[in-house]
Design a protein around this ligand. Structure first.
Ligand code: ARG
Length: 588
């Protein structure tokens, strides 16, 4: 379905043509003076020079051609030559009727629905998730949903950090604590126990202890490197222990991601590509891409047009060990083989920007990806506290994600029970839903690359540009619809009528922007555009609601028209919040 602005422009362009001017001049934009008009066209001014005419003469001639327009209610030529336009209610009605009739409110299917992979979450095994992991998960989940909605088969992969020195550190520390464990007996040939020799609590304490120790004690670090090597070369006991570490840690992570409604299609990790690294390395050597520099194997990735120094991409260290780069490149190779994606999107902290630039260049240069594959890194900013420093707990420690979620839920719960009489169970469920909206909207409404302040008070407020406000609006609409049906009526979804007030028109015009907005949210992988859209839409609805008697409307047809409009508005809002990764309760 065409974008509303394109339809309006087409009408204007025809008028220019009929009046004897080239149609390109008829491009219409949304008015920047909404007090004067809804849309405007400045083509008469643009054409003045070429046609050697005063702009107002051109404008007048164009207005002449629009007398019986089915699109414009009024077009005014204003000095020096602006065209100020208002659209016809009937034009809007037919537009939203078509939106209603279409599957995705007018979003068209892509001509080339290629596969997209989104690499997000990226937690490291055995390290607890903290607030820093929130953004990758939340933005990535939304980007994935947006791509899917737009008609692209999209695969989300968590890309666990499950293979590096951190694993060796844990194994070494475990050996010190429990040397008697069968995993350390290299002569052992039997089966290993099913039960892990540690709990998640212990695991989370072991890692930081071991990591600190390795910084002070070089011989411990030496051991940990040796254990990493043994693990990577497949020593049985090490692999068995490692499997326990992954199981225990992943089980714990899944709970938190579930709670956040973040769902991965693939739970692959760095370890999954270990076996194809040698093949990739020889491919890069044989292709003449990789060479030895100071003992390490590297690929040059600098380009003539670079304004800053882009260092070579290191494939193997001088001791032959692989790096973060190596697993990422091998993962690209594997993903290409397995899924043939035409676009790969990565979400990490923006400090990894240069890193991804190197990896992408290397992947293109070495042809690990097919020509034309889009490689995108979305680098996001930091979550700060009100003091402008990275968000901490009240006591000043690192804020674990689990705790953050629990605190917001509690905050919402208190608000809900102080608002109305409600059962404990319902209050808890509602609180969870609203809390999720508060957290996700608080994050997603910012442009990803910017830092933002995690302001609990603001995010959980029912007023302003917040998740709870959006949910509140949806709940308000649902309650009107429920009352309407409770009175024995049925909602006739397509019974959309011409608007009869300013606020109703404004609401309809907001709704009509949906496909335009979605296209740019997709193209720029920008969930914040959806947030901005639903905030405007919710405001437009609430203004209409406050100025209009809906259920009290006496004319049944008019009332049914309002109800159809509300239903469409509600469906659009709910689609949008689903794309952001949260949902609305029935009551609040
Ligand atoms: N585990 C990594 C980290 O903590 C993030 C992984 C991001 N994804 C990737 N393909 N490199 O920094």
């Amino acid at each position: 379905m065409k974008k509303i602005l394109d339809l309006i422009s087409e009408e204007m362009q025809q008028a220019f043509e009929k009046a004897g001017y080239k149609k390109e001049l008829g491009r219409v934009t949304v008015s920047n003076r909404p007090d004067l008009c809804e849309y405007q066209c400045n083509g008469a001014m643009a054409g003045a020079k070429e046609y050697k005419k005063a702009p107002i003469m051109i404008a007048n001639a164009v207005v002449e051609q629009l007398q019986d327009s089915q699109v414009f209610e009024s077009v005014e030529a204003v000095m020096p030559g602006f065209l100020n336009c208002k659209v016809k209610p009937s034009f809007l009605t037919s537009y939203i009727k078509q939106m209603r009739a279409e599957d995705k409110f007018g979003v068209e299917e892509p001509k080339d629905p290629y596969t997209i992979m989104v690499d997000y979450g990226g937690p490291n095994v055995a390290k607890p998730l903290h607030v820093g992991h929130l953004r990758s998960a939340v933005i990535g989940e939304s980007v994935k949903r947006i791509c899917r909605y737009m008609g692209y088969p999209t695969i989300g992969d968590i890309h666990l950090g499950d293979w590096g020195l951190q694993m060796g550190l844990i194994i070494s520390e475990l050996r010190l604590r429990q040397p008697q464990l069968v995993y350390f007996d290299e002569t052992y040939e039997g089966e290993y126990p099913k039960e892990p020799p540690f709990t998640i609590g212990e695991l989370e304490e072991i890692y930081p202890t071991a990591s600190a120790k390795s910084k002070e004690d070089p011989s411990f670090k030496e051991k940990a490197m040796e254990d990493t090597f043994k693990l990577q070369s497949g020593v049985r006991g090490h692999r068995a222990l490692w499997n326990h570490i992954i199981d225990v840690s992943v089980t714990d992570m899944k709970k938190i991601y579930d709670d956040l409604k973040v769902e991965f299609d693939l739970w692959k990790g760095e370890s999954d590509v270990h076996d194809i690294i040698p093949e990739m390395v020889s491919y890069m050597k044989e292709g003449g891409y990789a060479y030895i520099s100071e003992g390490a194997l590297v690929v040059d990735v600098k380009e003539e047009t670079d304004t800053k120094e882009i260092p070579p991409c290191m494939i193997l260290k001088s001791d032959g060990a692989s790096l973060y780069n190596t697993t990422d490149l091998a993962t690209i190779m594997e993903r290409t083989r397995e899924y043939e994606p035409k676009q790969l999107i990565y979400l990490t902290d923006k400090r990894q920007e240069l890193y991804f630039e190197q990896v992408f260049r290397c992947a293109r240069k070495t042809k690990l990806v097919k020509e034309g594959t889009k490689l995108v890194h979305i680098g996001f900013g930091t979550v700060n506290g009100k003091d402008g420093k990275p968000f901490k707990t009240r006591e000043g420690g690192v804020m674990r994600l689990e705790r953050l979620i629990a605190e917001i839920k509690e905050e919402m719960y208190q608000k809900i029970i102080s608002n109305r009489e409600v059962s404990e169970e319902e209050a808890r469920t509602t609180a969870s839903m609203v809390a999720l909206a508060a957290i996700k909207y608080g994050d997603l409404s910012n442009q990803a690359s910017k830092d933002y302040v995690f302001d609990v008070e603001r995010f959980t407020s029912f007023e302003g540009d917040t998740g709870p406000y959006i949910l509140y609006t949806i709940v308000r609409i649902k309650s009107i619809l429920n009352k309407y049906t409770a009175q024995g009526n049925t909602v006739a979804e397509d019974f959309l009528k011409d608007v009869s007030s300013e606020s109703e028109k404004n609401l309809v015009m907001e709704m009509a922007k949906f496909n335009t907005m979605m296209e740019s949210a997709y193209e720029e992988a920008a969930p914040h555009k959806i947030c901005a859209y639903i905030y405007d839409l919710a405001n437009a609805f609430n203004k209409f609601y406050h100025e209009t008697k809906i259920l009290a409307e006496e004319e049944e047809e008019k009332k049914a028209g309002y109800i159809a409009l509300l239903k469409l508005c509600c469906d659009i809002l709910e689609t949008c919040i689903d794309l952001l990764g949260f949902e609305a309760p029935e009551r609040m």
